[in-house]
Design a protein around this ligand. Structure first.
Ligand SMILES: Nc1ncnc2c1ncn2[C@@H]1O[C@H](COP(=O)(O)OP(=O)(O)O)[C@@H](O)[C@H]1O
Ligand SMILES: O=P(O)(O)OC[C@H](O)CO
Length: 496
């Protein structure tokens, strides 16, 4: 009887369940979108119960479509949108507020206050992060401060906090397990990435009781079994957890120091494996835990872009100037250039390297001759310019030259974008056969824990290139274009 690994990829805009076989190939997938709530400008929330039901429906759909019995699932890997914060009642298991999404800016006031009190360096030294609303810590504080009765309940030990991985394991295990892994814990602003412990001093500053926090475990081990009714009478081991960007680094087999992957999903994320050492950034990158495997943790340097593929969603759903995402490529290739147009999609501020919460989106260089082709092309190019900002910061911090970029995420299907990325970086872009590297990474982590795969060497052999994009632009043109982008970003930031 063939066995498979089931990977659950809980992303910002949709949940996916993917079955992988022993060759690391996709056997079947199921995907479900869920509602995005924007209660105030800059705020983004999800319904944690809807996330859970979307995951459950993907599980049953993928098993049904693949005609796979639950006892053919050797293990489950979970990967998730990171930082998104859920707080629920320990006794009822019910969330006490919506999930506050990583993109949400509602804790800017709290962050500003903490920065004014001079706490930024302390948080940065211990967590590798910055006092920005992006991370979970101030989101937990916001819920405790703003939801009626929450603070009292938390003080009595009646509330539990979790990122989405924690929430899903809690639900899958019937409320038995309250756990997370190193990669997710390292995104909370509450976890000391060098001591590998929740940090009392930071918790004190954030006024978050330790009793709310999950147990932090490795990224590859059996945490719990599913309760049988979700799997039609079969318990399955939940054996891998990693935040989606770290999972993608694993799925891209970036196991050696200096290896880099870049993801173009809702947001954009460039990660470099820095091995056993956490490299401290001078250029606005984050130091983060890549994973804990075989009793050891490894670190990564990360650049985070808040709006990447979601800028293309905005063209489709907000401006309605394209009917679907692939059409953006047709428009972009209908013109030779943007004719000097730059779009800076700072819809929820700017992340690495600017960390400017207050910036908002802008468009420059419009003329009477500007067409929607120019506009769409400029929006696509902004994904590549933002990635160039990250690569430059990465090279400056690590001293390691990026020779090729392993890419993944929804927008890498766009050949124009991939070619422009290579052109503007002057670096080769490698698109792998399996684009679902996030889900694959979580599958690998789970598979390693249950003996489905033996070791990382076996996994590294499965990574294969589907297409390589080589740069085809002279240095002068490249510099001129990038200078224009930098001017556009400065002007965007000046407009407040
Ligand atoms: N052909 C395309 N060209 C440009 N962007 C695309 C294309 N196809 C999908 N996208 C973008 O990719 C994003 C989805 O990527 P995905 O990795 O599935 O996201 P997430 O995991 O963040 O939910 C969407 O924002 C969408 O606009
Ligand atoms: O849902 P994604 O793929 O855009 O990823 C979100 C990130 O994990 C946020 O840090």
């Amino acid at each position: 009887m063939s066995k498979f690994i089931l990977s659950l990829d809980q992303g910002t805009t949709s949940s996916r369940a993917i079955l992988f076989n022993h060759e690391g190939e996709i056997v079947e997938t199921a995907q479900k979108e869920f509602e995005q709530f924007f209660p105030k400008p800059g705020w983004v929330e999800h319904d944690a119960n809807e996330i859970w039901t979307s995951v459950l429906s993907c599980i049953s759909e993928v098993l049904r479509k693949a005609d796979v019995e639950p006892d053919q699932v050797a293990g489950i890997g979970i990967t998730n949108q990171r930082e998104t914060t859920v707080v629920w009642d320990r006794n009822t298991g019910k969330p006490i507020y919506k999930a506050i999404v990583w993109q949400s800016r509602q804790t800017e006031g709290i962050c500003q206050e903490l920065r004014e009190q001079g706490h930024n360096d302390l948080f940065n030294e211990k967590t590798g992060l910055l006092l920005d609303p992006y991370f979970s810590g101030t989101k937990v504080k916001w819920i405790l401060d703003n939801v009626e009765g929450a603070r009292e309940k938390a003080d009595k030990g009646e509330l539990q906090f979790g990122t989405i991985d924690t929430w899903l394991v809690y639900k899958l295990s019937g409320g038995k397990a309250h756990v997370t892994d190193y990669s997710n814990a390292s995104r909370t602003l509450m976890f000391n990435i060098y001591d590998l412990k929740w940090d009392d001093e930071l918790l004190d500053i954030l006024t978050v009781p330790k009793s709310m926090l999950p147990e932090v475990r490795q990224s590859s081990e059996v945490y719990a079994n599913t309760v049988d009714y979700h799997f039609f009478g079969k318990e399955v081991p939940i054996a891998g957890i990693a935040g989606d960007q770290q999972a993608a680094l694993f799925g891209q087999a970036c196991f050696d120091e200096g290896m880099v992957k870049n993801t173009y999903g809702t947001g954009g994320f460039l990660l470099m494996n820095t091995g056993k050492e956490g490299v401290k950034s001078k250029n606005g990158l984050l130091t983060t835990l890549a994973w804990g495997v075989d009793g050891k943790v490894e670190y990564a340097l990360e650049g985070s872009i808040f709006v990447s593929g979601s800028a293309i969603q905005w063209l489709r759903d907000g401006l309605e100037i394209i009917d679907n995402s692939p059409q953006s490529e047709d428009y972009a290739t209908n013109v030779d250039s943007t004719d000097g147009v730059y779009v800076v999609p700072a819809f929820v501020g700017l992340g690495t390297p600017y960390w400017d919460s207050e910036a908002r989106g802008a468009v420059f260089g419009l003329t009477r001759g500007t067409t929607k082709e120019h506009f769409v092309r400029a929006t696509l190019e902004s994904l590549a310019y933002q990635s160039k900002d990250l690569v430059d910061a990465m090279v400056a911090d690590s001293g390691i030259d990026v020779k090729s970029l392993r890419v993944d995420g929804g927008a890498v299907k766009n050949n124009f974008l991939m070619q422009f990325q290579s052109d503007i970086l002057g670096v080769q872009v490698d698109r792998p056969v399996i684009n679902e590297t996030t889900a694959l990474g979580a599958a690998y982590l789970a598979g390693l824990a249950v003996g489905y795969w033996n070791d990382k060497e076996e996994i590294a052999k499965q990574w294969k290139i589907e297409r390589t994009f080589k740069d085809n632009l002279d240095d002068n043109k490249r510099n001129e274009l990038y200078e224009g982008w930098k001017k556009a970003v400065s002007a965007t930031r000046a407009f407040k």
